[in-house]
Design a protein around this ligand. Structure first.
Ligand code: SAH
Length: 364
């Protein structure tokens, strides 16, 4: 059964128009498409059998041909601050992580867009094993459905950020499909202003997104005010120069009128000097943006360190003097390794454990 399900296509990969076309091909009434999507996206019902306003024979036909949810929650970890980290197993056995961050009236979900990540930023756990594969639109949507399944009935998701594992702009089409399902009236219907796509600075993707007529927020992971600094953190291969990235951000703003934010992970002795703060200020001067300073969160396997509190404050102060809106972002879910950059570190660690124990038992 589950084997069969692996090979089935998921209805979550389709938009309203595509489900309508599918039903037309099946000689079903067009409005059934709206009914199905409303079960899934409004009522979070993910079993064909439970869709009681569909004729039984249609439910049976769909059950044999179309999957809804293809992944499953493998593990949930809850933090003292209410943050939850989900380890999700995909139909092919791969694993991803998603995070739920509660905040009064502004519950946020942080979603993965790829299994692993090809970029390999020095501070980030997700890139350590490279890219395994892209997620489908449906798999990204499923992350939200899994999180909703864990929440009490009245809790709603207000914000969606694509800041989990992976580089969204390198899985553009599937990410766009998921964004539409999150934003559309037929989907979760979460406003574009409450959706944020975070990118390491893939120019082509930023340009495309600007023209989608979506007006989602753009976050750019900058981490350095100049190419020399940045190349110590983000491997230069495939990545555009800082100046071009900022220009693409300016164009995004001009096109969408959405304020762009820059993420800047502060790493001691690498990108955290006052000089670098001033250069960052110069770089962004006159651009209505926002800078999020994120003290590096320790991950296994690097000797990197966050700067001292005093230096973080001084960096922030320097930006403020130059009139750049900025804040130091607090990390949530630290105690369960759900904080920025810690995603999937443990999955890999566990894999190693497994390997070791296998080797051990073979040897024994
Ligand atoms: N590939 C996309 C999305 C991944 S989210 C991108 O690069 O934007 C990347 C963000 O996660 C970074 O900007 C940073 O804010 C955060 N992050 C990742 N690892 C971190 C770590 N070890 N400490 C602090 N922040 C981290």
């Amino acid at each position: 059964m589950s084997q069969q399900k692996d090979e089935m296509k998921s209805i979550l990969d389709l938009n309203l128009l595509e489900v309508e076309q599918l039903f037309a091909e099946m000689s079903e009434l067009k409005y059934r498409a709206g009914q199905v999507l409303s079960w899934v996206y409004k009522r979070h019902v993910v079993e064909w059998a439970d869709m009681s306003n569909l004729p039984l024979r249609l439910r049976e036909k769909l059950l044999s041909e179309w999957a809804i949810v293809t992944s499953r929650i493998e593990k949930v970890r809850s933090s003292e601050d209410g943050t939850m980290k989900l380890l999700i197993q995909l139909s092919d056995g791969q694993e991803i992580e998603s995070v739920f961050i509660p905040e009064k009236g502004r519950n946020t979900v942080c979603l993965s867009t790829q299994v692993g990540c090809p970029i390999r930023c020095s501070f980030c756990a997700s890139g350590k094993g490279g890219l395994r594969r892209n997620l489908t639109s449906g798999e990204i949507v499923e992350e939200i459905l899994h999180i909703i399944s864990l929440l009490p009935g009245e809790a709603a998701i207000r914000n969606v950020v694509l800041m989990g594992m992976g580089e969204p702009m390198l899985n553009y089409d599937n990410v766009l499909g998921a964004l539409r399902a999150v934003n559309a009236e037929w989907g979760f219907h979460i406003g574009a202003r409450r959706i944020t796509v975070s990118t390491v600075g893939v120019i082509r993707g930023i340009e495309r997104l600007a023209k989608e007529n979506l007006q989602v927020n753009l976050a750019i992971s900058l981490h350095g005010p100049d190419d020399r600094t940045r190349s110590k953190i983000v491997p230069a291969r495939r990545i555009a120069p800082v100046k071009s990235i900022v220009e693409a951000a300016r164009n995004y703003f001009a096109e969408t009128r959405r304020r762009v934010s820059f993420e800047y992970v502060l790493i001691d002795g690498v990108n955290s000097s006052l000089r670098q703060a001033r250069d960052l200020g110069q770089l962004l001067k006159g651009f209505p943006c926002f800078v999020n300073l994120i003290p590096f969160n320790a991950i296994e396997g690097t000797a990197l360190k966050p700067p001292h509190h005093r230096h973080i404050r001084a960096f922030l102060h320097e930006l403020e003097l130059l009139g750049i809106p900025a804040a130091v972002r607090a990390s949530r879910g630290n105690d369960i390794a759900a904080a920025c950059g810690q995603l999937a570190g443990e999955v890999d660690a566990r894999r190693k454990e497994h390997r070791h124990s296998r080797v051990g038992s073979e040897a024994g």
